[in-house]
Design a protein around this ligand. Structure first.
Ligand code: NAI
Ligand SMILES: O=C(O)C1=N[C@H](C(=O)O)C[C@H](O)C1
Length: 267
């Protein structure tokens, strides 16, 4: 039985991940963690998952929770995830990180900390989005230089980072396929007399409102036609099931940073 602990247990994803652990064979919830001072610390973790009491309280003691698990699933913020990664490395435990909004410098730090333990970091744990990542590279290569690329993402009004981690990864996949440097060609701002679109740029637009779970469209826009590749999430459950699948996979992986393409065998 693989012992999984969940960090961010009082959050939107934390509750769904605890529900996914409960429905999955071969795994058990060994601990649940949230930030010191959160009103749900001390409460049973099953309540946020809609399960009733399951006998695992939400703790705020990171070291104790990590020591009691084989793998930590963490959906919080980049800064919290980096701290969790450090504590997992000290204790030789695996970790699955779903948090988004990492800066390039934070990504380098994560890779450094992952030298001793296996780590899955993925901005989107759904099968559908990961198939989109794979297909997008092919579509970009086939359509080539005659098509302009624009990305639009929509999420709920509580989301803190923009653009979404998934939209950034989609931009990186397309930029790599076209031989461009994403950090140089991503355009997050158009306002006023900002001039004509450059050929290489990848425009990124963000919509925030209500309870949208997550929607991403990549537009390949030519003269006279366009191709749109869209993924729409209906619930958070495929993210949470994906994270549990990643947890089962990562405990047998070699040290280093992996992502859902590795977990799903899509490389
Ligand atoms: N990779 C994927 O498939 C997905 C990634 N996400 C990402 O997951 C992250 C969390 O999303 P939500 O659950 O919607 O957010 P949320 O705000 O509902 O949950 C985050 C939880 O982390 C807790 N937290 C904050 N600081 C902490 C600390 N120091 N120690 C322990 N817990 C702490 C908060 O109290 C909160 O309960 C975001 O970065 C989001 O973009 C969300 C959905 C899918
Ligand atoms: O914050 C969310 O909700 C989501 N975040 C992820 C992202 O930033 O890509 C994945 C998903 O779209 C939901």
């Amino acid at each position: 039985m693989i012992k999984i602990a969940v960090c961010g247990a009082a959050g939107r994803m934390g509750g769904r991940i605890i529900a996914a652990i409960k429905e999955t064979d071969g795994v058990e919830l060994s601990g649940a963690l949230d930030r010191p001072g959160h009103p749900m610390v001390g409460q049973d973790a099953g309540f946020n998952a809609g399960l009733g009491a399951i006998g695992v309280p939400i703790s705020d003691d990171l070291n104790e929770v990590v020591k009691g698990c084989d793998v930590l699933i963490d959906f919080t913020t980049p800064k919290v995830s980096l701290k969790n990664l450090e504590v997992c490395a000290i204790n030789k435990k695996s970790i699955v990180i779903g948090s988004t909004g990492f800066t390039p410098e934070e990504r380098v730090l994560a890779a450094e900390l992952a030298k001793e333990i296996p780590v899955v970091i993925a901005p989107n744990m759904s099968v559908g989005v990961n198939v989109c990542f794979k297909v997008l590279a092919d579509v970009a290569k086939i359509l080539g230089e005659d098509f302009d690329v624009e990305i639009v993402e929509a999420h709920h009004k509580m989301k803190k980072d923009s653009p979404s981690g998934t939209a950034v990864r989609m931009g990186e996949v397309v930029a790599n396929a076209l031989g461009r440097d994403y950090n140089k060609v991503a355009n997050y701002h158009r306002e006023g007399i900002c001039g004509e679109r450059t050929h290489e740029e990848i425009g990124m637009q963000t919509i925030r409102g209500g309870d949208i779970v997550g929607e991403h469209t990549v537009y390949f826009i030519g003269m006279g036609e366009r191709v749109e590749i869209t993924h729409r999430a209906h619930t958070r459950d495929m993210f949470s099931r994906g994270s549990v699948r990643a947890a089962k996979w990562v405990v047998n992986a070699k040290p280093g940073v992996w992502d859902m393409q590795d977990v799903l065998g899509l490389r």
